[in-house]
Design a protein around this ligand. Structure first.
Ligand code: NCD
Length: 438
């Protein structure tokens, strides 16, 4: 059972914590105020910008950020021009990149790719979007845009709309919104809802609960009169006792996303949720900021471009300065002064678990053994350490007592995380010398 090496860099929004975000926003604010102060901060550093999927804003804003700090940039802007198209493994590409550059920004079609690269590169890796699971630097852009407008996130309500199952930006943002105590209204297009496992993890990790919210516009957008809301538990007690259904009268922000058809997404019928100028007259949206990671399609019509609530181009505009902040926090003087990101557990390898169930997981495309990590305070779950998919594990053993139990038994909650071992079948555990603990 190998422990994979620790990962450096930024791989998922799960790594954010409140003290990091506070200090990060303050740093980006200083960069905005005094843009020339850090013009030479990364002189002599080389940043590799490796984009194996199309990108305009993300790649150019990372590269602009590097230039603004005096770093040099080497770049792969087209998957066809890299050796990946000749069958080179990600591990080999990573080793090579790590010997040419001080930091790597990676966009990749497979879920969890940046985590693999960071195991072999030996330099920090920033995930510039991996498959459908994560885009944490976009989340920093989204949050900073909201922070500039609001000053604080507490008590705010944000709607996440569109292709939630294939869109990585909304997933990453959901994680950060819950971390910051926001109420999250889920507005997926028909057939485009994300898997329940993600929601369960958010609820468990942030002490949230699930409720149902109503508003006539929700029906127009999703086809359902009631939609799911994730709320901090303390907020629920204050608002009302009991009721699982509430009327929502106000959204502070709406995060729109495009249909990710390059990932196989299909809109059902003609209905893909978006906003219209008429809907923007509704009281629900009176003070609602409209965010979009771009590129946009019909969901955010250009007839709304001059509306003061439209934020998408402000998001795009702060892209470089936010990424300057990231570079400084990993390579520059802020490296030691900024609170640390919360590292993702690096994961353990386990032949016995078989392949990750997610066909788009990088481990499947790179022929790697499944690596796992364990999460959950009130219920344990074993996740793929690369792509965060829930693994088919029904039993958990304790490596110190050498006993195996059904996964959701109380006994498992008492086992220390580092001693937990996952098993698909009871028999697998017994063959490895674990006794049945019931
Ligand atoms: C997003 C992405 O690539 O995930 N774009 C971006 O980074 N600004 C969203 C998208 O492509 O729809």
């Amino acid at each position: 059972m190998n422990l994979l090496p620790m990962m450096e860099g930024l791989h998922a929004a799960e790594a954010f914590n409140p003290s990091y975000l506070d200090a990060f926003f303050a740093l980006v604010g200083r960069l905005e105020e005094r843009p020339l102060e850090h013009a030479e901060a990364l002189r002599g550093k080389v940043i590799a910008s490796v984009f194996l999927e199309p990108s305009t804003r993300t790649r150019l804003s990372f590269e602009a950020a590097a230039h603004r700090l005096g770093a040099s940039v080497i770049t792969v802007a087209d998957a066809k021009s890299s050796s990946a198209s000749k069958g080179e493994t990600l591990a080999d590409t990573a080793r090579m990149l790590g010997s040419y550059a001080d930091l790597i920004v990676l966009r990749h079609p497979h879920d969890g790719a940046s985590r693999v690269v960071s195991r072999y590169a030996g330099v920090p890796v920033i995930n510039g979007g991996d498959g459908r699971i994560g885009h944490p630097s976009q989340t920093l852009v989204d949050l900073y845009t909201l922070f500039r407008a609001w000053g604080s996130f507490r008590g705010r309500t944000i709607g996440l709309m569109g292709d939630l199952v294939h869109g990585r930006t909304a997933r990453s943002l959901a994680w950060a919104a819950c971390l910051l105590g926001m109420r999250v209204v889920l507005l997926p297009g028909a057939g485009l809802d994300w898997e329940s496992g993600l929601e369960r993890r958010l609820i468990d990790r942030f002490d949230y609960r699930l409720r149902w919210g109503r508003h006539p516009l929700f029906t127009d957008w999703t086809g359902n009169a009631e939609v799911r809301i994730l709320e901090p538990k303390h907020l629920v007690q204050k608002v009302l006792f009991g009721g699982d259904k509430i009327d929502i009268n106000r959204l502070d922000a709406l995060y729109l996303t495009r249909l990710q058809d390059e990932r196989g997404a299909k809109a059902q019928g003609t209905s893909y949720p978006g906003v219209t100028p008429e809907q923007m007259q509704d009281g629900l949206l009176e003070d609602c900021l409209l965010l979009h990671p771009l590129p946009r399609r019909e969901e955010l019509p250009d007839s709304l471009d001059l509306d003061p609530r439209m934020m998408a181009f402000q998001q795009a505009a702060v892209g470089p300065v936010v990424r300057q902040g990231l570079f400084l926090s990993m390579l520059g003087e802020a490296k030691d002064s900024l609170p640390s990101l919360t590292p993702l557990p690096s994961g353990r390898s386990e032949q016995i678990l078989g392949p990750c169930p997610n066909e788009n997981c990088v481990s499947r495309h790179q022929g790697m053994t499944t690596a796992w990590r364990v999460v959950g305070a009130t219920r344990r779950h074993f996740l793929c350490a690369h792509c965060d998919s829930q693994l088919a594990v029904d039993y958990a053993g304790c490596s110190s007592s050498r006993k195996v139990h059904p996964l959701h038994s109380q006994a498992v909650l008492r086992i220390r995380a580092e001693n937990l071992r996952p098993f698909r079948e009871r028999q697998d555990a017994e063959e490895m010398g674990y006794a049945w603990g019931g």
